[in-house]
Design a protein around this ligand. Structure first.
Ligand SMILES: [Zn+2]
Ligand SMILES: [Zn+2]
Length: 275
């Protein structure tokens, strides 16, 4: 058999970065540095997720996700465990320590690049300020869904009088026409203060990369740079996960409805004691 020419070798060699399952089916033209893929919102057994931080890192690695922000409700413990695990197994995915903070009126704000736990049940602007004070980025989580944990256009407008966000989740698996319409109108009206548009899965079952954030480069520093330049691209991922079974749903509900409130009560008590 004759040696393939250099040209055909190039064609036959799969382009690892373009064949990753976490990339969307039809990604926009890649920038010179190529697209990095980030998953910026997911939960572990440290809050109401059903996979451990260690399992989550391994799933992210299998999906060839570049940057994984672990954002448990009201704790950074899961994220710290995930980061340690990624380092110890030499994972290619880089873990960002994050937290989905519950605010006074239940709106959810995601903090990324955190060193410390953020206080809960405070106003949205106070929460954002506390995230910024420790060098973190503040992201509006799943906006305008009409659910108690999802900020409304009025409340976001109100918060923007006192603070600025670094990003907003413009793509997530819950996004339906109503929420999308409200978001588009809001961004046209006052997109300035809400920063970059990102995509995130809010995964509770290890079902990562349903929605992703594309950015130029590969690591967490590149992602941060893209967020600050507002150069991120939200996208629907192409991974199709099996539907979680009844047991997984029950675990999620148990953690969400029983364990989280107890955890939050303890946290509020410690916040009160320490002030
Ligand atoms: Zn949750
Ligand atoms: Zn949430």
């Amino acid at each position: 058999m004759s040696e393939p020419s250099a040209g055909s070798r190039t064609i036959d060699t799969p382009n690892e970065r373009n064949e990753r399952p976490c990339l969307p089916l039809d990604p926009p033209p890649a920038p010179p540095g190529g697209w990095g893929v980030a998953e910026l919102h997911c939960h572990t057994t440290a809050s109401d997720g059903v996979v451990t931080p260690e399992q989550l890192v391994e799933i992210a690695d299998r999906l060839a996700i570049d940057v994984l922000a672990v954002t448990d409700h009201d704790t950074i413990e899961g994220a710290l465990r995930a980061r340690d695990h990624a380092v110890s197994i030499g994972a290619r995915v880089e873990v960002i320590v994050g937290m989905e903070v519950t605010t006074r009126r239940q709106d959810h704000i995601v903090g990324l690049f955190l060193d410390r736990t953020v206080r809960i049940f405070r106003s949205v602007p106070d929460t954002v300020d506390e995230i910024h004070a420790q060098g973190g980025l503040a992201v509006v989580a799943h906006p305008f869904l009409g659910l108690p944990s999802s900020i409304s256009p009025d409340r976001l407008r109100d918060a923007l009088r006192r603070c600025r966000f670094d990003a907003i989740e413009a793509e997530n698996p819950y996004m339906r026409e109503g929420a999308r319409g409200r978001l588009t109108a809001f961004l046209q009206d006052q997109g300035e203060g809400v920063g970059a548009k990102v995509g995130a899965s809010d995964a509770h079952f290890g079902d990562l990369a349903k929605a992703v954030t594309l950015f130029e480069g590969r690591g967490a520093a590149d992602l941060r740079c893209a967020v600050e330049k507002r150069a991120t691209v939200p996208a629907i991922g192409r991974v199709r996960h099996p539907r979680p079974g009844l047991r997984a749903h029950l675990q999620n509900q148990y953690r969400s409805l029983l364990r989280l409130p107890v955890m939050r009560a303890g946290k509020v008590w410690r916040q009160w004691r320490d002030t």
